[in-house]
Structures are given as C-alpha cells and as structure tokens.
Design a protein around this ligand. Structure first.
Ligand SMILES: *[C@@H]1O[C@H](CO)[C@@H](O)[C@H](O)[C@H]1NC(C)=O
Ligand SMILES: *[C@@H]1O[C@H](CO)[C@@H](O)[C@H](O)[C@H]1NC(C)=O
Ligand SMILES: *[C@@H]1O[C@H](CO)[C@@H](O)[C@H](O)[C@H]1NC(C)=O
Ligand SMILES: *[C@@H]1O[C@H](CO)[C@@H](O)[C@H](O)[C@H]1NC(C)=O
Length: 386
C-alpha cells in the first residue's frame, strides 16, 4: 500500500512518500514535490546498496534521542508488563503480490543482496512483510497480524499468529489505495457482524502500511485514550495533514460500526472528488476533506504535535502525531529535528526498504531497540536501492 510521509515535524519540502507492497513500484511512485527542474541530475541521485550512516539529527535537544554512532545514550522503552489488563490487538495490513512481478523473478540482474541473503523482486517484498511481522512479534508479542490480500495472491506465509484474510476486489496498481479502503471496510463489516452475533473478547485493530517497524507497544493508545472510536495520524502540513498509513479502531461493536461508517464516507469522497489521484494520494486527501469539512473542526490543532480528539459526524476521532506514531525522516535537505524519545512507529517510506531490513538484522544481532533507532536516525536520509 502506499504511504505518505509523516516526516520530521516541519518539513514542507517533500510531500509524499508512499508505502507499498510491491517492490519495484516504489521507485516509480516516489514523488518529490520539490524535484528540481533545473537539476535533472538530482533524479539520478545515487541509491546505495549498503548502509550509509550520517550524522544523527536532533543531537543536543533534550526531548530527542541522543546517539553516539549506533549507541543510544537514552534508554526509553517501557517494558511490556501490563499483560493481565491488555485487550487483544491485531495489526492489519493490505499486501498483495502482482503476478507481473512473478514473471521476471528469473531476472538475476534485478537481484538485491542484504546481509547474507539475495532477494529477487518478489522475495524483496516478502522480506519487507516478514520484517514488519518480526518487529510486531518483538514489541507486541501477544498481538496478531492479519493480512488482507487478493484471493488470487498466494503468499505462502506460515507464521505464528499471522492470518491471511482474502478480500475480493480490484488490486491493480492504479486502484490500490482505493481498494485498500474498500478492504478495510469489508473487514470491519465482517468483524461487526461477528461481534454483534457472538460478543466475545475485544480485539482492537490497527490498520497500517507494511513498510513500518512497530518499536513500542501500541496497546497503550487504547489504554491512555479510552473513548475514541478511530484514531488517525496527523502532521503539520496544510495540504496533506492526515496520513492513511496508521488507522486504529477500538474493538467494541459501536466503535467498529462508527469506524466503518467514517471510512465509507472517506471512500465516497475519494471516489467522487479525488479519483484522479487514486494511485497516490486520494485517500489522504479524502481523509482530510472529511475531517476539515466538519464545521467545528479547528485545523490549527495540526500545528502542534500533540494528541487530541474530535467528534466527526458521530465518530469520535483521536488524532495522533506522526512524529511518534508514523515517524519518517525527510529525504534530502528538509528540516529535521531528530527522533522523539517515545517514537512508536518508524515508517520506511520510499527508498528506505533496505534500511528496514538492515535494521532488523542489526536488532537481531544486538537486541536493543534504542541502538537500532540510532542506526535508523543516522541512516534515514539515505536513499537505498531496494
Ligand atoms: C526546493 O526548492 C527551493 C525553491 O526553489 C530551493 O531553494 C531548494 O533548494 C529546493 N530543495 C531541494 C531539496 O531541492
Ligand atoms: C538522553 O541522554 C542524554 C545524554 O546522556 C541526556 O543528557 C538526556 O538528559 C537524556 N534525556 C532523557 C529524557 O533522559
Ligand atoms: C495475472 O492475473 C490476471 C488477473 O488475475 C490473470 O488474468 C492473468 O492470467 C495472470 N497472469 C499470470 C501470468 O498468472
Ligand atoms: C477470552 O479470552 C480468554 C483469555 O485469553 C480465553 O480463555 C477465552 O477463551 C476467550 N473467549 C473468547 C470467547 O474468545
């Protein structure tokens, strides 16, 4: 799926990243608003096939992670000790493999090496999906992962607490973002029916892109904010304040229904106003439209990276700052104030998928999340070949 970026707090320079599931699609989709007209060379900017560690941003700022190389000077993760009171949580992502990618898996020239492993295009996107799952299983060991996918796509993924959930639809690249919302709606509809018929344990759902690393327990969102139906991430960007890459839905019958109604409204606006943007940004433009068109909504609240709630047409929406729930460094020269100490989700937008895999390898050999965050902070501006 796609992603937009939630980047350093005031980067106006780049407006759009994307998430994805298909490997090669990524580079094609990457748009830089500020792509220079005068310097076509910039488009050919080198993409690295190995980790490049630069200076870590935000050094000297008291509320930002401090690093010496890949050694973190702050230890900030909370231990997941609340096991008894926790509700179930499922991370839900849309992921599919295009059969056009399957046709050239034999083409060795497009193979990529990360650590000891060589990946073809399909293996590359599966590796990203597997690392997405790995991080969730480390930081939220009791949660499950649900993968919404095209029924024709055979993911051959067999992992504990991971469930494949086929949803009929149109998964062509052009329609992917539209299909993603439709799949979310279908999923919520089914869960709503199941829950109305057989009330059982509550499971909260968090819909995300699959090129993210969950680096802290997200269950705290539901505990700290007990009343919202649906949560979205926002950033200080006038044109695109909302990101569709992280949508949390409380697992009660009422919240699931309201979240579904809210997304149906977003889908309606998407289909009627933003179809020309369907491939890239339509969903976040439609989200912003639905939220901002609500008469009492005060968009100036997006300027401050602090969570707040608002009733939008009967749905209680919690707005969470991208800086913590969808952190991505800006590429290039955008202002960049480092990484908040309490970052919970890192988004490897655009050409950072290699960094996602390398981060997992790093963590795997030396299991310390903060040190790994220093690696990400120092490498996050580099464009990779993945
Ligand atoms: C973006 O555009 C502005 C104005 O043309 C220019 O000054 C700036 O250097 C550009 N930034 C990048 C990263 O190309
Ligand atoms: C983070 O580490 C730096 C360097 O040791 C220290 O000065 C700063 O107070 C720490 N910040 C927090 C919030 O603990
Ligand atoms: C790819 O998928 C399309 C649509 O499902 C199907 O019509 C086509 O036969 C498939 N091609 C291959 C090579 O599997
Ligand atoms: C609810 O959760 C408890 C504890 O995890 C489990 O024993 C029980 O079977 C669950 N009930 C349902 C209906 O899923």
């Amino acid at each position: 799926m796609k992603m937009k970026m939630c980047s350093g707090w005031r980067s106006f320079l780049f407006v759009l990243p994307l998430i994805f599931f298909l490997p090669h699609l990524l580079s094609v989709m990457e748009l830089h608003q500020n792509t220079s007209v005068h310097e076509p060379q910039k488009k050919l900017q080198k993409k690295f096939d190995h980790l490049v560690l630069g200076p870590a941003a935000g050094q000297g700022l008291s509320n930002r992670l401090q690093c010496q190389g890949t050694k973190a000077l702050n230890r900030t993760r909370t231990s997941n000790s609340m096991s008894h009171l926790e509700d179930n949580i499922a991370l839900v992502t849309v992921f599919t493999i295009y059969n056009s990618s399957l046709s050239n898996v034999e083409d060795r020239s497009s193979n990529t090496v990360v650590g000891d492993l060589t990946y073809n295009k399909v293996e590359r996107s599966m590796a990203v999906l597997n690392v997405f799952i790995n991080f969730i299983q480390v930081t939220m060991p009791r949660s499950s992962v649900i993968i919404l996918t095209d029924p024709v796509s055979d993911l051959s993924l067999h992992r504990n607490r991971v469930f494949i959930y086929p949803v009929q639809g149109e998964y062509s690249r052009d329609k992917l973002m539209l299909q993603r919302i439709r799949s979310y709606i279908t999923f919520l509809e089914t869960k709503h029916q199941e829950l109305s018929q057989r009330p059982g344990n509550i499971t909260h759902y968090i819909f995300t892109d699959s090129d993210i690393a969950v680096v802290d327990d997200l269950g705290q969102v539901f505990r700290d904010h007990p009343n919202f139906h649906l949560a979205l991430t926002f950033r200080n960007n006038k044109a695109q304040p909302l990101n569709s890459g992280f949508i949390a839905v409380r697992g009660t019958v009422d919240a699931i229904l309201r979240a579904k109604v809210f997304l149906q409204e977003v889908l309606k606006i998407y289909s009627s106003k933003y179809m020309s943007a369907s491939r890239m940004l339509g969903d976040q433009l439609a989200l912003a439209w639905v939220v901002k068109s609500h008469p009492s909504f005060d968009a100036s609240r997006f300027a401050k990276a602090q969570a707040f709630s608002e009733d939008i047409g009967g749905t209680s929406v919690l707005f969470l700052p991208c800086a913590i729930y969808n952190w991505t460094p800006p590429e290039g020269a955008g202002q960049f104030h480092g990484m908040p100490l309490d970052v919970k989700v890192v988004h490897f937008k655009g050409s950072r998928k290699r960094l996602m895999l390398e981060s997992w390898n790093f963590y795997n050999s030396s299991p310390n999340i903060e040190d790994m965050l220093c690696l990400i902070l120092g490498s996050g501006r580099t464009k990779y070949d993945f």
